[in-house]
Design a protein around this ligand. Sequence first.
Ligand SMILES: Nc1ncnc2c1ncn2[C@@H]1O[C@H](COP(=O)(O)OP(=O)(O)OP(=O)(O)O)[C@@H](O)[C@H]1O
Ligand SMILES: O=P(O)(O)OC[C@@]1(O)O[C@H](CO)[C@@H](O)[C@@H]1O
Length: 306
Amino acid sequence: MIYTVTFNPSLDYVVQADQLIPGEINRTTSEHIYPGGKGNNVSVILSNLGLKSKALGFKAGFTGDVLEKMLEEFGCETDFIPLKEGNSRINVKINAGTETEINGQGPVITEEAIQALYEKLDKLEEGDVLILAGSIPNTLPEDIYERILERLSGKEIRFVVDATKDLLLKVMKYHPFLIKPNNHELGEMFNVELERKEDIIIYAKKLQALGAQHVLVSMAGDGAILVTKDGKVYETMPPKGKVVNSVGAGDSMVAGFITGYLNTKDMEKAFRLGVAAGSASAFCSWLATRDEIVALLGEPAEVYHI
Ligand SMILES: Nc1ncnc2c1ncn2[C@@H]1O[C@H](COP(=O)(O)OP(=O)(O)OP(=O)(O)O)[C@@H](O)[C@H]1O
Ligand SMILES: O=P(O)(O)OC[C@@]1(O)O[C@H](CO)[C@@H](O)[C@@H]1O
């Protein structure tokens, strides 16, 4: 089974507007509400590509109920822990020529709720895939991902971690199967600016030296680079298209990669499906459908068993 964990899920309020002027009343041209949070987005794309997963995490208040219901309508199984106080956050995404995001703080996660999550995670078995993605509210310790991996490290579970800075650095010693920083996040971890592909490969390898198995570095419109455990490097530019809303492109890439890997066990195919899924989501108003992803593959869907 594939499990995703989102500590701080959201409802994403995605609006299009002709312009955004600070300090003025701005009017939208369209608006939509979607279930959000990085792990949840991964679950949605996995479902679109035909893989079952269970979305874990915390939900609170009426927004939590709505996001859970919406995820289920999108075909995702959920098993969220209800928090007694607060509301799951509403993150605002404004597409007005440029993309502006306002992400909420989210509810306080109690020690009791964390223990409840641990109990669910303790049931994972050999062969399962655990995808930890997204930020954690600042009321939680920065080593929470590390604690989870430490707890599960004796089992043959594939860990996928999409997080930033310390959250990510601290899990390297548990040999995550896949990590997916973007080039800015990779640079931040080492206090450098990374734009050149040669440098990105050098720093991806540094993360491998710290313990990561496969490192997938996304570079938005400049494509992606994969450095595999056995030292192979794949790089590609993304397919061409018009960006509508790139929120969730990285999560789609993770889901596409994992689907490609689990279906074919071929790293290059996993990489290609990851890039197609990321770009397909960037080119549509929310997360891409299977058909939108297949349209960018340039190969028959059967090659990827999707
Ligand atoms: N402007 C774009 N044009 C084409 N493809 C894109 C664009 N932006 C993103 N993508 C695709 O999605 C992948 C992931 O994008 P990106 O690097 O922005 O991830 P990210 O920073 O993790 O995004 P997010 O946190 O918003 O999900 C890219 O490698 C690329 O394949
Ligand atoms: O605040 P975080 O956890 O870093 O990011 C949350 C978020 O921006 O990430 C997803 C896109 O990747 C959105 O669905 C969601 O609103």
